[in-house]
Design a protein around this ligand. Structure first.
Ligand code: ADP
Length: 408
């Protein structure tokens, strides 16, 4: 069974093709047969594709629209040097990452005209992403005709959070108006919780897990019995931790002050909080943790402050999530920073021994993907788990395909 996954960002588009047995539940993530990525800067874009056999294709293109780029990317599947399929019609099912399901969606769903309208109805919550995701569905309609399409929601995993974790202590009617805590990175948090249970050799339902997704965007989730019970991102992916260019939580009074005294409008405030804050805003150097760590080693005081804030906020969030869980069995580090930065993991765990977390410094430095880096005597385990969002979406497609289309 061939599953194509589309993962659209505001300035990037990823796509992966997986092959899985139709009648056996997939367990470990296999290497994709084909992986493609488009990165946009202005009206130019670069496309890179690689296949599991090691063929690589890179192109810089100027095409008229985002749609044309995505079509071009998908046609590398059946035409040219990285051709992987005899025809696009060999694809059995297509999964889409949808960043926001609003109050409507929890579980993955088959894409129907009604589902598209419901997704479009929450587009004001994440306009760029949702536009790209709906466009992706349309492109698949055009290229593949009536292939089943499944939407998997990044907010879905958090829809079961208790009401008190979903509700802001603002006016009561905010909630009914959709102003509530949705949470994000749910696809990867859910995958990491299941993978951690597999690695620790226990039932997921018996575990209290704190999952730290630390990429360009960062969030922590508290997962009990396989369900998200709290998370740091909220109405938008701006709440919570300090991130690459996002501030995370700040006193809302600052916004009132900026509007009143600085006469900033909503667009300027959006730009400051989403694009000029976090690691970049504090260091003045970069949003990339590698640059921050390098500058810090050169003695740059603002880079050190940026890292200290990042770690301090992360430690606070882990403590908060452990408190929501009433304890902690497993801490997970995942995504770009979480998987690759031994320094950030070590700094974060430094103050967390009181939670029963003791990091083994040698294991932390080693090649550690999907491994335990806690000492033998540590009461709770610490895992570094490779983010596998696309594979998690493919797995949901496999399940949904069986459920909706009568697996033989
Ligand atoms: P996204 O949130 O866009 O999916 P990723 O999960 O790929 O991002 O994470 C990207 C971030 O990971 C980069 O901005 C960079 O800061 C960080 N990163 C990648 N490799 C390393 C490394 N070796 N050390 C520290 N940080 C790293």
């Amino acid at each position: 069974m061939k599953i194509l996954v589309l993962n659209s960002g505001s300035s990037s588009q990823k796509a992966c093709l997986y092959e899985v047995a139709a009648d056996t539940p997939p367990t470990r993530p296999p290497a994709p047969l084909w992986e493609g990525r488009i990165e946009w800067t202005g009206d130019k874009a670069s496309i890179s594709v690689k296949t599991w056999q090691g063929s690589v294709r890179k192109e810089n293109l100027k095409l008229s629209s985002r749609k044309d780029f995505v079509k071009h990317l998908l046609h590398t599947l059946d035409v040219g040097p990285v051709r992987t399929l005899a025809s696009l019609s060999d694809i059995d099912v297509v999964g889409h990452r949808v960043v926001h399901g609003g109050p409507h969606f929890e579980e993955p769903v088959i894409v129907t005209p009604e589902v598209r309208s419901a997704i479009a109805s929450v587009s004001t919550l994440a306009p760029l992403h949702i536009r790209a995701e709906l466009e992706g569905m349309e492109i698949i309609d055009n290229l593949l005709g009536p292939v089943p399409q499944i939407a998997v929601f990044d907010t879905g995993f958090h829809r079961q959070m208790p009401l008190y974790a979903q509700t802001y202590p603002g006016p009561y009617d905010w909630f009914a108006k959709g102003i509530r805590r949705y949470g994000f990175h749910g696809i990867n948090h859910e995958y990491c919780a299941a993978r951690a249970a597999q690695l620790v050799g226990k039932e997921l339902r018996s575990l209290k897990i704190v999952s730290c997704h630390l990429g360009n965007g960062c969030s922590v989730a508290a997962i009990e019995g396989g369900r998200s019970i709290d998370t740091t991102m909220g109405f938008t992916p701006l709440e919570g931790l300090a991130m690459g260019t996002r501030s995370g939580s700040v006193d809302p009074g600052i916004l009132i002050y900026l509007m009143r005294e600085g006469k900033l409008g909503h667009e300027q405030i959006d730009r400051v909080l989403n694009h000029e804050s976090g690691l970049l805003g504090i260091s003045g150097i970069s949003s990339d943790m590698r640059d921050i760590l390098a500058a810090m080693k050169q003695g740059d005081a603002r880079a050190k402050l940026a890292l200290d804030i990042f770690v301090h906020r992360l430690q606070s969030a882990i403590g908060e999530m452990a408190a929501a869980l009433g304890g902690l069995d497993v801490l997970v580090f995942t995504a770009g920073v979480g998987e690759n930065s031994a320094e950030v993991r070590a700094a974060t765990c430094e103050k967390l021994e009181f939670l029963g977390l003791t990091l083994d410094p040698a294991l932390n430095e080693g090649p550690i993907l999907d491994c335990d880096i806690a000492t033998k005597g540590s009461r709770a385990r610490i895992f570094v788990i490779r983010a596998e969002e696309d594979w998690a979406i493919a797995t949901e497609c496999w399940k949904a395909h069986g459920h909706f289309f009568d697996r033989p």
